[in-house]
Design a binder for this molecule. Sequence first.
Ligand code: TYD
Length: 223
Amino acid sequence: MDILQNFAILEGPDGSGTSTQMELLKQRFAAAAPGRPVLHTTAEPTGGELGQCIRRALKGELPLRPETLARLFAADRGEHLYGKGGIVERANRGELVVCDRYVPSSLVYQGLECGEELPRSLNSPFPAPRLIIFFDLDPRIAAERIKDRGEREIYEYLEFQIKVRDRYLSLLPVFRAQGSAIVCLDASRRPEEVAAELWAALKTLPALGGQLMRSTGTTGRGS
Ligand code: TYD
């Protein structure tokens, strides 16, 4: 499988804190590595037309078959990767691209909803990230964290999130075998502690002068 160097992703169940960490990362990066390399943070679903359509489906405003949603996620990802100013273009010109969710989310969430085969085949042409940072959190704690957010999305209920975490844990070794380095963080801790470990993980990337081994288990509950 093709590995896209300079590309790292954050993954985890809903409420595991990846969005918060993205914000902290931007601040830390600006202070600690001014200038080069350029950090590009991004997320899926994207803010583009396809991503907005997905957001409506996630809110339950647009009822779609799980298979259609799987195809939409993959289509949104294809644009995100290969469109103008996309992930591939940026990573190839030396930017450090960090994305909140990517292919593993589809393999986990859509895998649970419509079987493994469809998301696997839809996503098989896409490159794997150099580094996957998994935010591990008991779904009960995550549910507590997101219960005050107001609107609940279609996947945000406890039974499903328990399956999501289990599916992630069973797939991490597969991603590692495909050549991505995996770092597993204990996301139950304070945001500043998680941020410090996220930073340490990113510093293993060649773009930040690190020497990434094929599978790092150096931080948190390394796997
Ligand atoms: P996210 O933006 O991380 O959640 P939030 O709205 O809380 O910030 O992700 C939105 C949801 O989309 C989340 O439940 C996971 C789901 N998702 C998939 O099911 N498949 C995918 O391929 C992606 C990228 C996200």
